[in-house]
Every structure is written in structure tokens, then in C-alpha cells.
Design a protein around this ligand. Structure first.
Ligand SMILES: Cc1cc2nc3c(=O)[nH]c(=O)nc-3n(C[C@H](O)[C@H](O)[C@H](O)COP(=O)(O)OP(=O)(O)OC[C@H]3O[C@@H](n4cnc5c(N)ncnc54)[C@H](O)[C@@H]3O)c2cc1C
Length: 411
């Protein structure tokens, strides 16, 4: 039976696990990185969009495919902002993973299936019943949330389902292009399009998961409908061919009840760290890996791995991101419940008048009350009240119904 003791065990070699392992190259700690896949040289997903300030913060310029603004399109309206100085950057992250030179012990094809909490340490068991013990276990297992599940922590739910096509032969006139498109008859979240290297492009759509979430098959049908009918996709993708397609869950966008416990920290999707509005988990995952590293240095100096000592980690995350989340959730809640296509078109009209900074703040889920007020015209406010009245009063009485996205796409 393999048994080894470590200072830190990182479970999961995705964005968060690899970033933390890279940072821990600078420490003298005895670290183990565990991954259930057969390799740590690639990620489950290669392309990520994130904003320029985060590329600069983590010196990721080498992996950048292109920089662009961000457009928001509906069937009737469109707006495109240049986001000067805050451009959206599309990165090829498998280049980054291949460039890493990690000093820690690495184990692939290992799946953690059992956990035992012992005095001042945690012991993990893999599928072959091998034991790995650590003073601190960092859950970087993404939406699997393996360690929190084994610890019985109330988990955040995974609240996106994505369907993605990689296509070739597209006719996008502008290579540096990324936009988000929306038609609430199709999905309750929307979709996105961007060009990739070697003349490929990526087109995807996503659902916020909820009681009436579309399944995988239906979501694929919606994506085909976007591709065929949605301007300008129908123009760009007229003769394009699907060369790859995948359906994925994620990211998680509601925080765990706790992201620290005795001898335990959660990072990235394993902590429910995505942004509530567009779910951009990349910057949160990297920021959490940074905070986890700072926290690890601190607690090893103190030789204290209790929940109380680890609280500095939650505070760091909350200071940088958490305080914006409540307004973003309020917006998402209202948007999912009461918005129809009509209001959505009004919303896009409104976005045209926003300056780059406000537009950027919306994209990064910094929905302050000031921005929420700006989003509402007198007309959209009236429509919201009307929709609330229909939803809460007329619908239960079966007098009228809000026009909702159909669960099965009509032919
Ligand atoms: C289709 C799609 C598009 C996205 N696009 C973007 C985007 O453009 N920009 C952006 O910012 N974010 C995007 N996201 C979100 C982003 O991918 C995640 O937020 C981010 O990858 C989270 O990183 P992570 O390290 O927490 O988890 P992951 O990167 O998912 O890594 C988790 C790792 O843990 C491993 N693992 C799981 N269980 C175990 C176990 N029991 N034992 C050992 N290992 C285990 C997995 O194999 C995996 O390697 C997207 C997500 C999806 C699904």
C-alpha cells in the first residue's frame, strides 16, 4: 500500500490546481498534485476569454490569440464596445500548461474516492486504496467538487450547461471578434461567438440551470438554430462545417457555504467561484490560486491549519469579488424570472449608451446599484412591474402567462 505524507495536496490539475502548483515552486513545502485524467499537459478545455488587466496581472501575453472588444447582439439590435484598455483577450491555455515546470510530486490517473479526517491532518484514498496524507488539502477538482463532497460541505451548484461547436470555413470579416448573443426564446443565458487561430471559430450557447433547464440534445438544437438564424452568425457560418463539438457543465457561480475548513481550502469551480452574470471563472480561479498561495505561506509559518487561521483566504476572495456578487445575483434573478425578448432588446439599446467602463463593469459582474439604476429606463421599469404582476398574480390565477422560452424547440 502506497502511503506518503505531504505538507500540501492539490486535488485536480485544471487552471486552479496548476496555477497553485506553479506558485508553490517558490516554497520549500512538500507538495503533491493529483489528477484523475492521464495527463497534466493539457486542460479539459483549451480556449478562454478573459480581460486584459488579468492577462497583465498574470503575465499571460504569450498565450494570447487576439484582443478585442465585446459585442452584445439580439435578433433586433446590436452593440459593440471597444473596451479600450480593458480588451477581452482570447487565450490558448494548453500552451501555458505545456510550458509549466512543476517541482512538486505529480500523480495522474488517480481519483480520490475516500477521505479520513485525522487529528491535524487529512488522509485521502484513491481508487486503489492508496493513502496520501497532508496537513492541508486544496480542492481544485472543478465542478466535481470532490473534497467538499467527501467532507460533507454544502456545495455550490453547477449552474451552466454549455454546448459548443468548433467550426471551420467561417466568413467572419473581422478575425478579432467575440460577441455574446441572446434570444430568450432559445436559451435563458445566451451564446457566444469568437474566431480562433488557424481559421477556426468557436460558437457556443449556454443555459443557466434551473427547474426547466434544457437537456443536452435540446441545447444542441438551439445552437443550430442560433447558427442558422441569428444575424450575423447566419452570415458568417453559412458554409462552415462543425469539426468538433462538446457539451460541458460549468462553471459554478454560487459560493460554497464555506470555502475553508480545518486543513481544507477550495479553489476555483470547486469553490463555486465563477461570476454570476457570464460565469467567467478564469480570473477568479487564478486570483483564488494566488490567495491560496499567500494563505499557505502564512499558515505554515504559524503551523496552524485550523479553519480560523484559514479564514484570511475567504476574506481575500470576498474583498476582491464577493462584494459585487449580490447585485449581480439580483440582476440575474430578475432577468431569468421577468425578462422577455422585448425587454431584452430594450436592454441592448440601453447598453449602446453606456460608456466602456460601465459596460466592462457589467461584464465582470460588478453590478453596483448605480449601474442597476442606469439599466432601467422608465419604460423598462414599467415593463418589469407589469411582468411581476403577471408572474405573481395573473399566472397563478390562470388569466395570463408571461411569454417564456419553449422547452422543446418548434420545427
Ligand atoms: C464550455 C465552457 C466555456 C468556458 N469559457 C470560459 C471563458 O471563456 N472564460 C472564463 O473565464 N471561464 C470560462 N469557463 C469557466 C472555466 O473553464 C472554469 O471556471 C475554470 O476552468 C475553473 O478552473 P478549475 O481549476 O476550478 O477547474 P477545472 O479547470 O475544471 O479543473 C478541474 C480538474 O480537476 C480534475 N478532477 C476532477 N475530479 C477529480 C478527482 N476526484 N481527483 C483528481 N482530479 C480530479 C479534473 O480532471 C480537472 O483537470 C468556461 C467553462 C466551460 C465549461
Amino acid at each position: 500500500m502506497v502511503k506518503k505524507s505531504y505538507d500540501v495536496i492539490i486535488v485536480g490539475a485544471g487552471l486552479g490546481g496548476l496555477k497553485l502548483a506553479e506558485l508553490l515552486n517558490n516554497s520549500k513545502l512538500n507538495v503533491l498534485l493529483i489528477e484523475k485524467r492521464s495527463t497534466i499537459k493539457t486542460l479539459t478545455k483549451n480556449y478562454f476569454g478573459t480581460f486584459l488587466e488579468y492577462i497583465q496581472r498574470w503575465k499571460l501575453q504569450k498565450y494570447l490569440i487576439y484582443k478585442c472588444g465585446w459585442g452584445f447582439y439580439t435578433t433586433r439590435s446590436q452593440t459593440f464596445k471597444k473596451l479600450k484598455g480593458k480588451s477581452l483577450c482570447v487565450l490558448e491555455m494548453n500552451k501555458w500548461t505545456r510550458s509549466l515546470k512543476l517541482k512538486c510530486d505529480k500523480k495522474t490517473n488517480i481519483q480520490i474516492v475516500k477521505l479520513k479526517r485525522e487529528k491535524e491532518q487529512i488522509t485521502l484514498y484513491d481508487q486503489k486504496n492508496h493513502k496520501y496524507t497532508a496537513k492541508l488539502v486544496v480542492d481544485c477538482s472543478g465542478i466535481a467538487q470532490t473534497i467538499s463532497t467527501l467532507l460533507g460541505i454544502k456545495k455550490s451548484k453547477c449552474d451552466f450547461l454549455n454546448y459548443v461547436f468548433i467550426m471551420k470555413n467561417h466568413k467572419s470579416k473581422n478575425r478579432n471578434e467575440m460577441f455574446y448573443f441572446q434570444d430568450s426564446n432559445l436559451t435563458n443565458c445566451g451564446g457566444w461567438f469568437h474566431t480562433l487561430e488557424n481559421g477556426k471559430c468557436l460558437v457556443g450557447c449556454a443555459e443557466f440551470t434551473g427547474p426547466n433547464t434544457l437537456g443536452k440534445k435540446e441545447l444542441r438544437k438551439r445552437l443550430i438554430s442560433y447558427v442558422k438564424n441569428f444575424y450575423p452568425l447566419n452570415k458568417y457560418l453559412k458554409n462552415a462545417k462543425i469539426i468538433e463539438e462538446f457539451c460541458m457543465a460549468g462553471p459554478t457561480t454560487t459560493m460554497h457555504s464555506s470555502i475553508v475548513e480545518d486543513n481544507y481550502i477550495a479553489v476555483g469551480d470547486a469553490a463555486g467561484a465563477g461570476g454570476p452574470f457570464i460565469g467567467d471563472g478564469f480570473r477568479m480561479t487564478f486570483a483564488m490560486a494566488d490567495s491560496a498561495y499567500d494563505t499557505i505561506k502564512e499558515v505554515f509559518k504559524l503551523n496552524d491549519f485550523s479553519k480560523r487561521a484559514l479564514q484570511i483566504y475567504s476574506k481575500k476572495f470576498n474583498d476582491e469579488f464577493g462584494k459585487w456578487y449580490k447585485w449581480s445575483y439580483l440582476w440575474r434573478f430578475m432577468y431569468l424570472r421577468y425578462t422577455t425578448n422585448k425587454e431584452l432588446n430594450l436592454f441592448t439599446e440601453k447598453l449602446k449608451k453606456f460608456n466602456d467602463q460601465d459596460y466592462y463593469d457589467i461584464l465582470v459582474s460588478k453590478l453596483t446599484p448605480k449601474i442597476l439604476i442606469k439599466l432601467f429606463t422608465a419604460k423598462s421599469f414599467f415593463l418589469l412591474i407589469k411582468n411581476m404582476f403577471i408572474f405573481h398574480i395573473l399566472e397563478p390565477l390562470k388569466i395570463s402567462k408571461l411569454p417564456r422560452r419553449p422547452i422543446v424547440l418548434k420545427k
